[in-house]
Write a protein that binds this ligand. Sequence first.
Ligand code: PHE
Length: 516
Amino acid sequence: MAGGANERSLWGSRAGFLLAAIGSAVGLGNIWRFSYVAYSNGGGAFLLPYLVALLLAGAPIMLVEYGLGHKYHGSPPLAFRAISSKMEWAGWWMPIVATLGIMLFYAVVIGWCINFFLYSFNLGWGDNTQEFFFNNFLLIENEGTYMVKHVNWQILGATFIVWLTCWGICFKEVNHGIEKACLVFMPLLLILTTVLVVWSITLDGAAQGILLYIKPDWGKIDVFSNPEAWKVWTAAFGQTFFTLSLGFGIMITYASYLPKRSNLVGNGIFVCLADTMYSIFAGFAVFGVLGFMAASRNVSLQEVVKQGPGLAFVVYPQAINQLPVARELFGALFFFTLVLAGLSSGISLIEAFTCSITDKFGFKRGKVVSIICVAGFLGSIIFTTNIGLFVLDIVDHFINSYGLLAGGLLECVLVGWFIKTKLIRKHMNDAGGIVIMPAAWDWCVKIVTPAILLLMIVMAVVEDISKPYEGYPRWMILTFGVGALLLTLLPSVALSLAKWPDRKVSHKPEQEHILT
Ligand code: PHE
């Protein structure tokens, strides 16, 4: 296509777009991250900082991304360049961090879920799930050794399947690939989650777990009486960003496939609400099962509550072992739900980078996706080795504490200071739809949101400088954390310096209608 007019495809229906956007937002983070972050930061009281974060940073930046993608009708590099050619590198940096920073390990974690889905059928994780997960499955020998010695072939195989599936979906134009996949994945995800929630809350002891999850502990969030409370507030902002998939230009890309007349503001708010509700809902399944497990083993609830991989791959299998009936089915349901949630987010991570390349260079989508997926699979291999979990932990920390927030900050600066926010707001309001964006959004994007993001980045830097993250050796932090972040800058600058081919990008004219 290089050299000719490049026709961009569009979403086939409004529902298709919404499901794809929600599919990106709802991911592994909603199931194992939200409930734990909420619990450890004040339980029910966490909802307040979370909603404030949603209002002051999550929703405004979501709308910045929708506005940019829709107005400039393209992926992040194209949109950023349309505002200032000096900023094109940042438009590349965001999707590159998404694909290289997150997807490389996200695919491996989905691979773990596939393995555990298979283990469910004969409860193959045995009785000592802790030892099984860390030693037998992840092949970690003893803490403190960070030499690559083995690859876990099972994880590698499952990771291959994940990349292959994503390749199969992203290979086709969005309206045939991602949209069709999400039309199946998302309703299925909702049904499976509902079954899990209903099943979990009817277990003995579930009520205590759920009470712990929702009981508000106002002292934890009160910045005036509790000097540690600021951490709860930063956790809320971090969670909003991660869960809504912001700061990577994914929503810029997805919005660029919307037709001219679209209900942008309404869609943005809908996605924010749907994602939040899903997180809260899934939390009932997580804490219901934890309550059941604490009751059946007669231990305190606090003892069984864990975050992240420990929750899904150690505590949950333990709980499943103790279920009175249909243990295998419960396990299979839980891990299959994680696989689905992960895949619908994974494809969005690949899409942002793919679209950036096809927008600029006009290469065929199929070729671009194939190269990204092969390279991505090779890059994922490090996470399938015996040091994979440690590398994952470091990369995840740096991407979450800096990458996401820096991406959001760049977007705010671009929209708030390089062009008039009014311009984007007017564009969104004129695009159609009944929900009108208030003028207060301008002030959020110009001042409030970037100030908060900047503060959070500074605080993270101070913390990381004062002590190495989680006590990892400095060489590992420098290589996989700082190094990875800096390495993603090189291709970003290089790609932004490449000359833009002389091409016109256009919508298919017959598709310029309001999606219903
Ligand atoms: N939002 C996804 C989740 O909650 C993760 C994600 C982050 C996906 C950033 C894409 C981009 O798991």
